[in-house]
Each structure stands twice: as C-alpha cells, then as structure tokens.
Ligand binder design. Structure first.
Ligand code: NAD
Length: 309
C-alpha cells in the first residue's frame, strides 16, 4: 500500500513509518521538523519537510496514497495552556487542511492519532469510548476538535476515518524537550544521571502507559481492518500505574539512588487514566503485548541517549 504519514519524523511517526517500510509498503513522510528528527527514519521512507497546513504540498504528496496517518501536532499539555492559538492552528487547522486536500485528491482512508487526554477527569474507569469527553486543556480540546472535523468531513465526502485515542505512549526516541518533558524519558534520564526526579503533586495520580510497539501495531491494523469507518478507539495498556509506582520501577530498573521530590505546588493533572480496550480488541484485534517493566527495559536498551548516559 501507499501511505502518507504527517508528523513522520516524530516519536510515534518514525516508529510507524519504519514499521510500514519494513513490511514492504511505500511510505511518504511529512514533517516540519519543529521537534521531529528525520535521522530517525529508515532510508526507504520518502521524507519531505513541510507544514501540514501547506495544501499545495499536500496535494502533491497525496497522489496515489491509499491511507493517511495524521500525527503532525503540537503535543504538550502544559505548553498548550501557554500557547492555545498555536495549538489550534496546528492541531485543528492542520487537520482541516489535510481533510480538504484529501477530499481534493480523493484519498480513501485517514487514521488520526487522537489522545486519551480528551476524557479529562472521570469517575468511571476504565474509560470507554462512549463516555462523554471532558477536555481540560487546549491540547485536549484541539484533539477532540480534530476528531470531529475528521469524522464530519469524512462522512460528507466519503473518506473512511478512524480516530485512535492513544494513552501515555513511551519508548525509544520519545522527544525530551527541556521544559515539560514527558514523564517516562524524563524519569529515566534523571535516574541515570543521578539527578532529582521531580514528581508533580503527590504522585498518586494514575496513567495508562503503553509501549510504542503496541501503539504501532494498533495503527497498522487501523489502515486495513474492516468496519472501522467513523469509529474512535482507545489504544492503551489497560493497566493503571501511579506515578509513584513508575518512579519505583525506574529506580529499580536503572539501579539508581536518585532523589525523588514530590512537589505539592504543581498540579498532577487528572487523577486517574485507564483505557478500556474492548473495542480495540474487537475491531483491531488489539492486545497490548509489552508490560510496563519490559517496556522500560526495552527503552533503556534501544535508545542510545540512555545507553551512553
Ligand atoms: P512528536 O512531537 O514526537 O511528533 C509530532 C511531530 O509532528 C513532530 O515530529 C513535529 O515536528 C511534527 N509537527 C508539529 N507541527 C507540525 C506542522 N505544523 N507540520 C508538520 N509537522 C508538524 O509527538 P508524538 O508523541 O510522536 O505524537 C504523535 C501524535 O500522536 C500527535 O498527534 C500526538 O498528539 C498523538 N498522541 C501522542 C501520545 C503520546 O503519548 N506520545 C498520546 C496521545 C496522542
């Protein structure tokens, strides 16, 4: 098959692009390199630098494409609180530009990388796709708006759509920015350096951490599985882990004696997150294969930044 991946030079995009290329598919990647790194892509992935809002570029890249994976986005919840216009322009505007270009060229299917963040605080866990969303940040709103645009424009123009609500993905190659880094690579780096691990709030908040290979497996299945049109589907591990337990695991695996500080001044985000995976199992034959401890060990072994630390 012929694929276009937006955000292809990012953490999930490059893992997906390389997997599809290994399977013998033709893969084109688009990324503006605002955070992505084209070096992460295998040589047989055809990479183009560009903005997801650049429709003429999209028209060219979409020729002969069977399925688009739309991953290009700004991805930090705290940053989105500071720069909501930017999150709206890229995550919502970019999605609308892509759907318009797909309509113009006549592409059949799109898979959106949406987020578990759209659920917000919910009493009922695990979270099912039918629960009403309660976004708490501009990032979450932008992902929810992108879901609605994809499904609505898709239904109007006969484009098949699938939205995957990915929970806390982690693994080798995850971007580690200086401010507001994702928690897994941040803890691993601090533990290996002997630095301090700063935990927001009391660390009792739980998250559903899902290893990159499991996310990639779900995304690959979403390109071809039948009966998905218009669906939103959770992709997680169905295992709830508190941030405290994550810290304990990281220290154990790295053999680190690093200090841990619980910062009561910072907000820990939603109190619980755990994905219900019944729909993913039914529609994508999805079963997460990598438990957290193994995923953390794989991340250490496969990410050169942690090997040399
Ligand atoms: P990432 O930041 O590594 O990847 C996003 C990529 O998009 C980057 O390479 C960036 O350079 C590119 N990009 C940003 N703005 C762009 C623009 N205007 N035009 C073209 N490219 C642009 O993040 P990731 O973790 O790989 O996330 C990929 C997708 O999955 C995102 O849509 C994100 O919202 C979604 N997602 C990720 C997680 C997670 O835990 N990693 C969870 C839920 C959803």
């Amino acid at each position: 098959m012929n694929f276009l991946i937006t955000g292809a030079a990012g953490f999930l995009g490059s893992a997906l692009a390389n997997q599809l290329a290994r399977e013998g598919h033709q893969v084109r990647g688009l990324d503006d390199l605002s955070t992505g790194d084209p070096q992460a892509l295998a040589p047989d992935v055809h990479f183009t630098r560009g903005d997801v809002n650049d429709r003429p570029k999209l028209w060219t890249l979409l020729q002969e494409v069977d399925c688009v994976y739309h991953l290009a986005a700004r991805v930090s919840v705290p940053e989105s609180i500071l720069y909501p216009r930017e999150y709206n322009a890229v995550n919502v505007g970019g999605t609308v530009s892509l759907m318009e270009a797909m309509r113009d060229v006549g592409v059949r299917r799109v898979v959106l990388a949406s987020s578990g963040a759209i659920y917000g605080d919910q009493k009922i866990q695990p979270l099912t796709e039918a629960q009403p969303s309660k976004p708490r940040s501009p990032y979450a709103v932008s992902k929810l708006a992108a879901e609605y645009y994809i499904r609505t424009i898709g239904a109007l123009w006969g484009i098949e759509t699938v939205c995957l609500r990915i929970f806390n993905a982690y693994g080798p190659g995850q971007h580690l920015p200086p401010s507001h880094p994702p928690v897994v690579p941040y803890f691993l780096r601090q533990a290996l350096r002997g630095g301090t691990l700063v935990v927001h709030s009391d660390g009792q908040q739980t998250r559903d951490y899902v290893y990159v290979d499991d996310v990639t497996a779900a995304m690959v299945a979403a390109a071809t599985a039948p009966g998905l049109n218009g669906l939103v589907i959770n992709v997680g591990s169905k295992t709830e882990t508190s941030v405290r337990d994550l810290v304990r695991l990281v220290l154990e695996i790295t053999g680190s004696k690093a200090n841990v500080i619980y910062n009561s001044q910072t907000e820990g985000g939603v109190s619980r997150m755990c994905a219900d995976l019944n729909l993913a199992a039914e529609k994508l034959n999805y079963k997460p294969a990598v438990p957290l401890e193994e995923g953390l060990r794989l991340t250490l072994a496969r990410d050169p930044r942690f090997k040399t630390a």
